[in-house]
Design a protein around this ligand. Sequence first.
Ligand code: CUA
Length: 336
Amino acid sequence: MRTCVLLAEYAADAPSVSIFDPASPAARSIVDLALLSLAVAALIFIIVEGVLLYSVSRFRRRHTPNSGEPPQVYGSMPIEVAWTAAPAIVVFFLILVMTRTLWEVKAAPVAGADLDQALEITVIGRQWWWELRYDRYQGQSLGFITAGELHMPASTDGQVRAVKLILESADVCHSFWAPRLAGKVDLIPGRTNELWLQTDEPGLYLGQCAEYCGTQHANMLLRVVVEPAAEFEQWIEKQKQPAAAPSGSDSSVFLGQTCVNCHRVRGTPAQGTYAPDLTHLMSRDTLASCIIDNNRENLERWVHDPNAIKPGCLMPAFGLDAAQEKAIVDYLLTLE
Ligand code: CUA
């Protein structure tokens, strides 16, 4: 009972991830198709079950003297034609609407948008987190990298602000899925896929990797933060800055450890590219691909032993002593 209450509370608080609650033109097209297909399937179900129930009732064995076998029908041209033609027509109809939806999903987010001004982000799927490389915005190159939480501007009445995602993978197949914003698109090693996002509803949208990619697939969560353009541009300005020089905390432990082989902190000697860019770590709300809140306590747990939080995680525990761990977390907390 308690669990049910907790689940209900959680569900009430958490942003919707239902495809039936679309927030973009593409997501709306997908819902329309889903509802139409469900309606067609429901109609067929009702007809088939109706005929079945009628036949069971009408032709059931009765407690009357045996009247012998009912008349046997061997082949009937009209019936054969009917049950061949009807499914063919239904399938053809569904193919037509599906093709239209595919077309809409590809085209709609872009309609009315100035594509030269679009925000371009290269999304790289990794075991098990999302690398987000901010390439261009309004024709200007950006050149910063973040992880897990994708920020984008909202469209307004006067202006469609399209976001082009260039989807790649560093290891295995993943799939980018923010259900209220768009359909799933796979990230495939050695291949580049594209996905356009666009919405005029600012807010937090949750997503998830939708292609099994290993142990932590289920914890490869995703957040899309849609902000009014002015707020988004402030965020960009901040992300473009190199890391603030540490004040009151010492970066030497972090920079002296193997952290720097994998992580990057722009403006310091830490230039690793294998693991999440930490330049503005504290501007993110979550850690470990959005599965835990980003705060001191969780950073301490993470630095102490990442595998205790995310079994299979590719960052090992380094066996540091308490003083070293504290120094590293103190430093990370300055990366705002
Ligand atoms: Cu990445 Cu599943």
